[in-house]
Design a protein around this ligand. Structure first.
Ligand SMILES: [Zn+2]
Length: 187
């Protein structure tokens, strides 16, 4: 329990957050995403060691954008997603073909039709269905747009972070190259 309080991870344990960890024996760094299993340190393999969290966190903060959005959505959002998924299916087309064919056939063939030609009631039902379905599709598309926006934002943040890190590394490397040259000039 005392180890858990300090945030130390044993190899095989899952990381509670996106963070860089350091080996307690050799200080080797490893970065773990939330839920990722801590590995055995390659330097200290077989010897007793743990992973100590450093102050360095990792971007992105959200590992899987789609499941994050889905976990935040209400039951009506989920219903809209399911209905939209069903509408984009060929089963939807077949069901409607059979429904229209039976409706028209019955009302033309029957001596006592409930919706005679030109099928005013069928037109009303189909119009109402179209309005409701269009709304569901718009709701679902808005949610899909949110997922894409969030992904683009995360991509941008990661790119920015990488650009900064590369600039830092480049400045370190060029400093190391310049130092010996300046010493030679002084001699
Ligand atoms: Zn180690």
């Amino acid at each position: 329990m005392a180890l858990k309080k300090k945030g130390l991870l044993r190899p095989g344990e899952a990381s509670p957050e996106n963070r860089v960890y350091a080996c307690t024996r050799c200080s080797l760094r490893t970065s773990l995403l939330e839920g990722e299993i801590a590995p055995n340190c390659p330097n200290c393999d077989g010897k007793k060691h743990q992973w100590k969290p450093t102050r360095q966190t990792l971007l992105p903060h959200i590992h899987d954008v789609k499941s994050y959005i889905y976990s935040k959505s209400t039951w009506s959002d989920k219903l809209a997603d399911k209905i939209t998924a069903f509408c984009g299916n060929m089963t939807f087309v077949y069901v409607h073909c059979v429904w229209f064919a039976l409706w028209i056939w019955y009302n033309l063939a029957s001596k006592n039709p409930f919706d005679p030609y030109p099928f005013g009631f069928l037109t009303l039902v189909v119009s109402l269905e179209a309005i409701i379905l269009a709304t569901f599709i718009l709701v679902s598309q808005n949610r899909e747009g949110m997922v894409n926006d969030l992904r683009a934002e995360l991509d941008y943040q990661v790119d920015l972070k990488n650009m900064k890190t590369i600039a830092e590394i480049r400045s370190l490397v060029s400093e190391k190259h310049e130092k010996p040259k300046s010493k030679k000039r002084k001699k």
